[in-house]
Design a binder for this molecule. Structure first.
Ligand code: SF4
Length: 210
C-alpha cells in the first residue's frame, strides 16, 4: 500500500466531526474532481505494509481512524490493515466509483463514508449507484454540493437509491451561500445532515496535514 501522510487532527467532516482522529491518507485516486483539495495525494507517497501503518497509528493516543485519500479502496491489503484496527472506530472514506462490497467490514465499529459526486465535480457519471445496496445504518453518504443543480440532482439520487445510512449535504467550501442551502433543505423537508468542513474553518483551508 502507498501512503501519502498519517497525522492526528480533529475530524472536520462526517458523524465523527469534532473528534480527535488519526488520518491515514493513501496515495492515488481514479477520479479528478473539479474541486479536489488533495491533489498532492495523486502520486506522492511511500510504500508501507499494513503492519507498518498500524505501528504509526499506535503512536497516537486516540482510537478513531479515518482512512482517506486519494481513494483507499484502490489499495491492496486494505482489509488486513482494517483488521489490525479491531479496537478502533474506523471510517473508510470512498469516492463512490468503486464497489464497496469488495471490502467486507465485519466489525461494527468500522463503517463507510460514501461520497457521491454531484455533476459540478465533473465525475458524477462515474458513480456506482449499486453501492447504495450495500450500505448499513452505521454508514454515511456524503453529497458535496456546488450549486442548485447539484442539490436537485442529489435529491433525485436519494429518492431513487437511498435505503440505509445517514445522508450529509456538504457545500463546496466558500462556493455556495450556506444559509441559502440550509433554507433549501428546510423548505424541502429533507432529513439530511448539513455540514461545513470544520478543518477549513479552523485552519488555513490550503494547509495540509490538519
Ligand atoms: S475522489 Fe477525492 S481525492 Fe479523488 S479527485 Fe475526487 S476529491 Fe480528489
Amino acid at each position: 500500500m502507498k501512503l501519502n501522510e498519517i497525522f492526528l487532527s480533529i475530524q472536520g467532516e462526517s458523524l465523527s466531526s469534532g473528534f480527535p482522529t488519526i488520518f491515514v491518507r493513501f496515495t492515488g485516486c481514479n477520479l479528478r474532481c473539479s474541486y479536489c483539495d488533495t491533489t498532492y495525494a495523486y502520486n506522492e507517497g511511500k510504500e508501507m505494509t499494513p503492519e507498518d501503518v498500524f505501528k504509526e497509528v499506535c503512536k497516537y493516543y486516540c482510537k478513531r481512524v479515518c482512512l482517506t485519500g486519494g481513494e483507499p479502496l484502490l489499495q491492496n491489503r486494505l482489509l488486513q490493515l482494517i483488521e489490525l484496527m479491531e479496537d478502533y472506530i474506523v471510517t473508510i472514506e470512498t469516492n463512490g466509483s468503486i464497489n464497496i462490497n469488495n471490502l467486507q467490514l465485519k466489525n461494527k465499529k468500522h463503517s463507510f463514508v460514501l461520497d457521491i459526486k454531484a455533476p459540478s465535480s465533473k465525475c458524477s457519471d462515474q458513480m456506482l449507484m449499486e453501492n447504495f445496496k450495500f450500505l448499513e445504518d452505521k454508514d454515511e453518504i456524503k453529497f458535496v454540493i456546488g450549486d442548485r443543480a447539484d442539490y436537485e440532482w442529489s435529491k433525485q439520487i436519494i429518492s431513487s437509491f437511498h435505503k440505509k445510512g445517514t445522508i450529509t449535504f456538504s457545500p463546496v467550501f466558500r462556493k455556495l451561500d450556506y444559509a441559502k442551502m440550509v433554507r433549501w433543505i428546510l423548505e424541502d423537508k429533507l432529513n439530511v445532515r448539513f455540514q461545513l468542513q470544520l478543518h477549513k474553518i479552523i485552519w488555513d483551508p490550503h494547509k495540509t496535514g490538519v
